[in-house]
Design a protein around this ligand. Structure first.
Ligand SMILES: [Zn+2]
Length: 205
Protein backbone atom coordinates (compact mmCIF):
# COMPACT_ATOMS: atom_id res chain seq x y z
CA UNK A 1 0.00 0.00 0.00
CA UNK A 2 1.58 3.26 -1.15
CA UNK A 3 0.61 6.81 -0.33
CA UNK A 4 -2.41 7.91 -2.35
CA UNK A 5 -1.19 10.76 -4.52
CA UNK A 6 -4.75 12.11 -4.77
CA UNK A 7 -5.18 12.37 -1.00
CA UNK A 8 -5.22 15.96 0.25
CA UNK A 9 -5.72 17.81 3.52
CA UNK A 10 -8.62 20.24 3.15
CA UNK A 11 -7.88 23.73 4.51
CA UNK A 12 -11.53 24.21 5.50
CA UNK A 13 -12.89 20.97 6.96
CA UNK A 14 -9.30 19.76 7.74
CA UNK A 15 -10.16 16.19 6.73
CA UNK A 16 -7.38 14.47 4.85
CA UNK A 17 -9.49 11.68 3.40
CA UNK A 18 -10.86 13.87 0.64
CA UNK A 19 -9.91 12.40 -2.72
CA UNK A 20 -10.26 15.50 -4.90
CA UNK A 21 -9.44 19.12 -4.28
CA UNK A 22 -9.58 22.60 -5.71
CA UNK A 23 -6.94 25.30 -5.31
CA UNK A 24 -8.45 28.55 -4.04
CA UNK A 25 -6.97 31.93 -3.29
CA UNK A 26 -7.54 33.60 0.09
CA UNK A 27 -5.92 37.05 0.07
CA UNK A 28 -2.29 36.32 -0.91
CA UNK A 29 -2.37 32.62 -0.10
CA UNK A 30 -3.29 29.65 -2.23
CA UNK A 31 -4.75 26.72 -0.31
CA UNK A 32 -6.30 23.40 -1.26
CA UNK A 33 -9.86 22.63 -0.23
CA UNK A 34 -11.81 19.46 -0.89
CA UNK A 35 -14.37 19.68 -3.68
CA UNK A 36 -17.25 19.34 -1.25
CA UNK A 37 -16.13 22.45 0.69
CA UNK A 38 -15.41 24.28 -2.58
CA UNK A 39 -19.00 23.67 -3.71
CA UNK A 40 -20.65 24.19 -0.31
CA UNK A 41 -18.99 27.55 0.33
CA UNK A 42 -18.72 28.67 -3.32
CA UNK A 43 -14.93 28.82 -3.43
CA UNK A 44 -13.06 28.59 -6.68
CA UNK A 45 -12.86 31.00 -9.58
CA UNK A 46 -15.94 29.65 -11.37
CA UNK A 47 -18.13 29.41 -8.28
CA UNK A 48 -20.23 32.54 -8.83
CA UNK A 49 -20.48 32.30 -12.60
CA UNK A 50 -23.57 31.45 -14.60
CA UNK A 51 -23.27 27.79 -15.47
CA UNK A 52 -25.52 25.55 -17.57
CA UNK A 53 -25.37 21.76 -17.08
CA UNK A 54 -26.78 19.47 -19.78
CA UNK A 55 -27.55 15.76 -19.65
CA UNK A 56 -27.88 15.34 -23.44
CA UNK A 57 -29.90 12.09 -23.56
CA UNK A 58 -33.35 12.23 -25.16
CA UNK A 59 -34.76 11.95 -21.62
CA UNK A 60 -32.07 14.30 -20.36
CA UNK A 61 -32.25 17.69 -18.72
CA UNK A 62 -30.84 21.21 -18.73
CA UNK A 63 -30.34 23.44 -15.68
CA UNK A 64 -28.92 26.90 -15.10
CA UNK A 65 -27.23 27.94 -11.84
CA UNK A 66 -25.65 31.09 -10.47
CA UNK A 67 -23.68 30.43 -7.30
CA UNK A 68 -25.75 27.80 -5.51
CA UNK A 69 -29.02 29.14 -6.85
CA UNK A 70 -31.00 27.03 -9.30
CA UNK A 71 -32.28 29.50 -11.91
CA UNK A 72 -34.15 27.01 -14.12
CA UNK A 73 -34.53 23.28 -14.67
CA UNK A 74 -36.14 21.80 -17.78
CA UNK A 75 -36.39 18.46 -19.50
CA UNK A 76 -34.24 18.62 -22.61
CA UNK A 77 -36.61 20.00 -25.29
CA UNK A 78 -37.55 17.44 -27.95
CA UNK A 79 -39.90 17.18 -30.90
CA UNK A 80 -41.22 14.50 -33.23
CA UNK A 81 -41.04 15.05 -37.00
CA UNK A 82 -43.99 12.87 -38.03
CA UNK A 83 -42.91 11.77 -41.56
CA UNK A 84 -39.65 10.34 -40.16
CA UNK A 85 -40.89 9.37 -36.72
CA UNK A 86 -40.61 5.63 -37.44
CA UNK A 87 -36.88 5.87 -38.23
CA UNK A 88 -35.89 8.62 -35.84
CA UNK A 89 -38.58 8.94 -33.17
CA UNK A 90 -37.90 11.85 -30.87
CA UNK A 91 -35.06 14.32 -31.53
CA UNK A 92 -33.65 17.21 -29.53
CA UNK A 93 -35.29 20.51 -30.47
CA UNK A 94 -32.16 22.53 -31.13
CA UNK A 95 -34.02 25.80 -31.67
CA UNK A 96 -35.65 25.53 -28.25
CA UNK A 97 -32.33 24.47 -26.72
CA UNK A 98 -30.59 27.44 -28.30
CA UNK A 99 -33.33 29.76 -26.99
CA UNK A 100 -32.86 28.44 -23.43
CA UNK A 101 -29.08 28.92 -23.63
CA UNK A 102 -29.11 32.37 -25.21
CA UNK A 103 -31.84 33.52 -22.79
CA UNK A 104 -29.67 32.66 -19.79
CA UNK A 105 -26.33 33.88 -21.22
CA UNK A 106 -24.08 31.42 -19.38
CA UNK A 107 -20.35 31.89 -18.76
CA UNK A 108 -19.83 28.14 -18.94
CA UNK A 109 -21.68 25.09 -20.31
CA UNK A 110 -20.85 21.61 -18.99
CA UNK A 111 -22.27 18.73 -21.01
CA UNK A 112 -21.89 14.98 -20.71
CA UNK A 113 -20.22 13.51 -23.77
CA UNK A 114 -21.94 10.38 -25.09
CA UNK A 115 -19.56 7.86 -26.59
CA UNK A 116 -18.48 4.25 -26.50
CA UNK A 117 -21.45 2.23 -25.40
CA UNK A 118 -24.01 4.97 -26.06
CA UNK A 119 -26.25 4.00 -28.96
CA UNK A 120 -25.67 5.53 -32.38
CA UNK A 121 -28.87 7.56 -32.37
CA UNK A 122 -27.83 9.22 -29.10
CA UNK A 123 -24.41 10.09 -30.52
CA UNK A 124 -25.82 11.51 -33.78
CA UNK A 125 -28.47 13.50 -31.89
CA UNK A 126 -25.73 14.88 -29.64
CA UNK A 127 -23.54 16.06 -32.52
CA UNK A 128 -26.27 17.53 -34.68
CA UNK A 129 -28.69 18.93 -32.17
CA UNK A 130 -27.19 19.39 -28.71
CA UNK A 131 -23.71 20.46 -29.78
CA UNK A 132 -25.27 22.34 -32.71
CA UNK A 133 -27.31 24.54 -30.37
CA UNK A 134 -24.35 25.10 -28.03
CA UNK A 135 -22.04 26.00 -30.91
CA UNK A 136 -24.64 28.36 -32.39
CA UNK A 137 -24.60 30.28 -29.08
CA UNK A 138 -20.83 30.17 -28.91
CA UNK A 139 -20.28 33.03 -26.50
CA UNK A 140 -19.11 31.00 -23.48
CA UNK A 141 -16.68 28.37 -22.28
CA UNK A 142 -17.66 24.77 -23.09
CA UNK A 143 -16.56 21.64 -21.23
CA UNK A 144 -17.52 18.14 -22.41
CA UNK A 145 -17.02 15.46 -19.76
CA UNK A 146 -17.22 11.68 -20.16
CA UNK A 147 -19.98 9.96 -18.19
CA UNK A 148 -17.62 7.95 -15.98
CA UNK A 149 -15.15 10.77 -15.33
CA UNK A 150 -17.22 13.30 -13.38
CA UNK A 151 -18.80 11.42 -10.39
CA UNK A 152 -15.39 11.00 -8.63
CA UNK A 153 -14.85 14.76 -8.74
CA UNK A 154 -17.93 15.15 -6.50
CA UNK A 155 -16.81 12.25 -4.28
CA UNK A 156 -20.00 10.39 -5.17
CA UNK A 157 -20.22 6.73 -4.10
CA UNK A 158 -19.11 4.18 -6.68
CA UNK A 159 -21.30 1.43 -8.11
CA UNK A 160 -24.97 0.78 -7.37
CA UNK A 161 -27.99 0.59 -9.63
CA UNK A 162 -29.13 3.52 -11.80
CA UNK A 163 -31.85 4.25 -9.18
CA UNK A 164 -29.31 4.23 -6.33
CA UNK A 165 -26.98 6.53 -8.28
CA UNK A 166 -29.78 9.09 -8.74
CA UNK A 167 -30.63 8.94 -5.01
CA UNK A 168 -26.93 9.41 -4.07
CA UNK A 169 -26.62 12.34 -6.46
CA UNK A 170 -29.88 13.95 -5.29
CA UNK A 171 -28.77 13.63 -1.64
CA UNK A 172 -25.45 15.24 -2.52
CA UNK A 173 -27.19 18.18 -4.25
CA UNK A 174 -29.64 18.66 -1.35
CA UNK A 175 -26.60 18.74 0.95
CA UNK A 176 -25.39 21.75 -1.06
CA UNK A 177 -28.73 23.46 -0.33
CA UNK A 178 -30.64 22.81 -3.57
CA UNK A 179 -34.37 22.08 -3.57
CA UNK A 180 -34.80 19.59 -6.39
CA UNK A 181 -37.87 19.48 -8.63
CA UNK A 182 -39.72 16.15 -8.57
CA UNK A 183 -42.12 14.44 -10.96
CA UNK A 184 -45.86 13.88 -10.36
CA UNK A 185 -45.34 10.74 -8.28
CA UNK A 186 -42.71 12.41 -6.10
CA UNK A 187 -39.55 10.93 -7.62
CA UNK A 188 -36.43 12.84 -8.54
CA UNK A 189 -36.11 13.62 -12.25
CA UNK A 190 -33.00 11.78 -13.49
CA UNK A 191 -32.11 14.23 -16.26
CA UNK A 192 -32.39 17.23 -13.92
CA UNK A 193 -30.31 15.56 -11.19
CA UNK A 194 -27.54 14.67 -13.65
CA UNK A 195 -27.61 18.09 -15.33
CA UNK A 196 -27.29 19.83 -11.95
CA UNK A 197 -24.38 17.56 -10.95
CA UNK A 198 -22.68 18.47 -14.24
CA UNK A 199 -23.15 22.18 -13.54
CA UNK A 200 -21.53 21.70 -10.11
CA UNK A 201 -18.66 19.72 -11.64
CA UNK A 202 -18.00 22.81 -13.78
CA UNK A 203 -17.02 24.72 -10.63
CA UNK A 204 -14.24 22.31 -9.67
CA UNK A 205 -12.82 21.17 -13.02
ZN1 LIG B 1 -13.22 20.06 3.01
Amino acid sequence: MGVDKNSIKCAVCTKNSCMRGTVIRIKDYYVIVCNLCALKYNYGERSMKKIIGIDPGLKGGIVGIEGNELKFAHNLPTFIFEPLSKQHGRLTDKNALHAIISGFKPDLIVVELPRGRSNLKTVINYGWSVLGAITAYGDCELIEVAANSWPPKLNLPKGGTKEQKILDRAKFLEGLGYTLPKNKVGNYRDGIVDALCLAEVGKVL
